[in-house]
Design a protein around this ligand. Structure first.
Ligand SMILES: [Mg+2]
Length: 213
């Protein structure tokens, strides 16, 4: 059997993995519907979650409204911040990984200022936070995962990405990193070649395999 390298870097998708933001998104999309007379139902918007907002708007045929919709959406999202909840045990998971000596990062389609503002409320400091403003391709392209590896001096073979959507799985495969599916999130588990986590703390044995006790 081929030897498995210990995981040095654990990267997380944000929405649907660390943060339960569905109720907040529903309210924010309702504001877009109301103010711009958009008839696309929330469920249709939501099934495209995981790619940057502008790309979702393009996919929904709403590219002409993208800038205005973005302002309305993110303003409403901020106003209803109480609807954002970290998933149970996320703090415990992150502190444990940090104590094991892992480097930690986030690869999200959320915008930079919003992502940083929210992540600053967690008990650890991430080594890298990758957001769409870099000019690199968004998920399912591997670019941000590879950049996160490079910026933390870590090989993809020593990196694990935790995501909840098919675009996360595709990005991980294309980057050559290991992937765990967060089943508490929003997407269906991909077929084959990944671990399915039922609870955040189930990540610990996967991330610490091969590490010295
Ligand atoms: Mg997600």
């Amino acid at each position: 059997m081929a030897s498995i390298k210990p995981i040095q870097l654990v990267l997380f998708d944000m929405d649907g993995v660390l943060l339960n933001s569905k109720d907040n998104m529903r309210v924010a999309w309702a504001a877009v519907q109301r103010e711009l007379h958009v008839t696309v139902p929330f469920e249709q918007y939501f099934e495209k979650i995981g790619t940057p907002f502008a790309e979702i708007m393009r996919a929904l045929g709403l590219q002409k409204l993208a800038t205005e919709a973005s302002h309305i959406y993110f303003s409403a999202s901020r106003q209803h911040e109480a609807l954002l909840k970290w998933y149970p045990s996320i703090n415990e998971l992150l502190v444990n990984l940090s104590l094991h000596g892992h480097k930690l990062g986030v690869v999200t389609s959320k915008d930079r200022s919003r992502a940083r503002e929210l992540l600053s409320k967690l008990p650890i400091v991430f080594d890298t936070v990758q957001t769409p403003e870099t000019g690199l391709r968004g998920k399912p392209a591997p670019d941000h995962i590879l950049l996160a590896c490079a910026l933390t001096n870590t090989d993809p073979s020593e990196t694990l990405f935790v995501g909840d959507m098919p675009v996360d799985h595709q990005a991980a495969r294309r980057a050559g990193v290991r992937f765990c599916h967060a089943s508490w999130g929003y997407g269906d588990a991909p077929d084959g070649d990944c671990e399915i986590l039922m609870h955040p703390l189930e990540l610990l044995p996967h991330a610490t395999v091969g590490l010295a006790a």
